[in-house]
Design a protein around this ligand. Structure first.
Ligand code: PMP
Length: 355
């Protein structure tokens, strides 16, 4: 607190990311990172870009990366925007598209950065409760609003909406921007990118942090009508001309072009998720149906906060949200099978001890 702060800063409630431990040896299942490294071609591309060229600014438009993403998703580069992680892309969208005279709608339980951006940019919002199964019901969004944002699959629940529900939402809101945050889409949901041609109000946001194993490189993207992309570009060019450095552009382009590595690692994660779900159910936990690289689970008679603390004692990190409706759930990232087994063993020990 300081008298030098602006009124806006006084009023902020910043987002708190999951712990990045300094202590080695922890089983880290708390921030939905990929348990496998990025494609070897990514590392080669970054090494090749690590030369005297670093004295020069990078391409401000990230042209090569945007072309690679456009080719991959069968779009035009004018339909593609990239930023420093999808958090930055989302931030620009909140400022450039979702800030409307009427309130923005999003679920009561979703990515907890959304209300933070609203606070930062002064966006009025209304939260729409998830249904009793912790799923989004698009009919509940049929009301006057300025814009809608949904994560699909939702976070932290992992529950996905079918594409026909997204289409219904787009039809209901043809006069408002609709943002679908597909950070976890590659693990089991269907992307709405194919709907862009018919819905000029649709912006789809992706990240390379999860299914492309590049959380450390900070690259995210948005796809939509060129008019929506222009809004994001105008915000970006009024904020930072060079959000993606030379190494990030080189590495991300190589990641998008290595389909084989992507398919292989995503297949491993989906298989481990099924195994982890079965293991948690065997221990008596209730697990929501996950289409993501994490699961959301609760024990019928153990508090989520106590389980998280006990797991931490056992050197296993998972995420817990002390929020209404979900305070008894743990969000557990799908690790390697060995990491998932370590979690299951630790949890079995905790449950036995306190039986
Ligand atoms: N959207 C959702 C739903 C997320 O969970 C995350 C990860 N915390 C992000 C966006 C941001 O990911 P990144 O900035 O690493 O691209």
């Amino acid at each position: 607190m300081s008298r030098f702060w602006s009124a806006r800063v006084h009023g902020l409630t910043p987002y708190v990311p999951g712990e990045q431990p300094r202590r080695p040896g922890l089983v880290k299942l708390n921030t939905n990172e990929c348990p496998y490294g990025p494609s070897p071609r990514v590392l080669d591309a970054i090494r090749a870009a690590t030369d005297d060229g670093l004295r020069l600014y990078p391409d401000p438009a990230s042209t090569g990366l945007r072309q690679a993403l456009a080719r991959h998703h069968r779009l035009d580069p004018a339909q593609v925007f990239v930023g420093n992680g999808s958090d930055e892309v989302l931030a620009h969208a909140f400022q450039g598209l979702l800030q409307q005279p009427e309130p923005l709608l999003f679920p009561d339980i979703t990515y907890s950065f959304y209300p933070v951006y609203c606070g930062l940019y002064g966006v009025a919002y209304e939260q729409v409760p998830l249904d009793g199964t912790l799923a989004v019901r698009v009919a509940d969004y049929r009301r006057p609003c300025g814009a809608v944002i949904l994560a699909n699959p939702n976070a932290p629940t992992g529950v996905a909406l079918p594409l026909r529900d997204i289409e219904a939402l787009l039809d209901d809101h043809s006069l408002q921007p609709v943002l679908i945050d597909e950070a976890y889409v590659d693990f089991g949901a269907r992307s709405a990118i194919g709907l862009i041609a018919r819905h000029p109000n649709l912006l789809v946001v992706h990240t390379l942090s999860k299914s492309r194993a590049l959380a450390g490189l900070r690259v995210g993207a948005a796809f939509g009508h060129p008019d929506l992309i222009e809004a994001l570009t105008r915000v970006k060019d009024s904020f930072n001309s060079y959000p993606l450095d030379r190494l990030a552009q080189a590495g991300a382009t190589a990641a998008i072009e290595d389909e084989g590595w992507f398919e292989h690692t995503r297949g491993l994660i989906v298989a481990s998720r099924d195994r982890l779900e079965a293991g948690l159910c065997r221990l008596g936990l209730e697990v929501l149906p996950s289409a993501a690289n994490f699961v959301f689970a609760r024990h019928p008679d153990r508090a989520g906060s106590a389980l998280q603390a006990a797991l931490r004692e056992a050197s296993v990190l998972v995420r817990h949200f002390a929020r209404p409706r979900i305070a008894d759930y743990l969000r557990i990232t799908v690790g390697t099978d060995a990491e998932c087994d370590a979690l299951l063993d630790a949890l079995a020990g905790i449950l036995r001890r306190n039986a």
